[in-house]
Write a protein that binds this ligand. Sequence first.
Ligand code: SF4
Length: 185
Amino acid sequence: MNHDVHSMALLMYRLCRCSHGAYDNPHELTQSQAMALCYYYRANRVSRTISAFAAFNATTVGTASTVVDSLVRRGYVTRTRSPVDRRSMQIDLTERGREIGRGAPIRAFVDALASLTEERREALVSTVNDLLRMLRKEPERAHFGLCVNCRHLRDDDGPACGLYDIPLSEHELRQLCVKFENRRH
Ligand code: SF4
């Protein structure tokens, strides 16, 4: 197969647009609000901050803060002082927010990915991560990933994070982390 790279870039751009277009949006959320709910549903406790969402969504902290303010007003998230880092506010989904964040806005995309073989999904994740790395302009920009591939993951009497020195539950091992560092780099 021989694709010209400009057409490939357009195809990938179209994929992103279509993944949002497939959501019928019964709650009348903006694209950023829907993505914030999906993000906070999947993010671990150290990543449920405004700045981490800003990094994930490639926006400024001010823009992310405006999105979170609107979600607080609509009763989808709460904002409290982070127990891990007292300088930050932690954003948590309310029950109503969880119902949406568990997948509705990206459900069609999730289902499409689930229909691929494990091998194709692995290859896709690896390629997308490589492309994201190349597109990031600032070297210190956050790399998002899961504990299982992170160099800070320790296994003493159970899984734990060596960076924050906190134990990790099985559930947290499958959550997105803004402080992830790939053990292969
Ligand atoms: S082990 Fe890595 S990915 Fe997991 S919480 Fe710690 S820094 Fe984040």
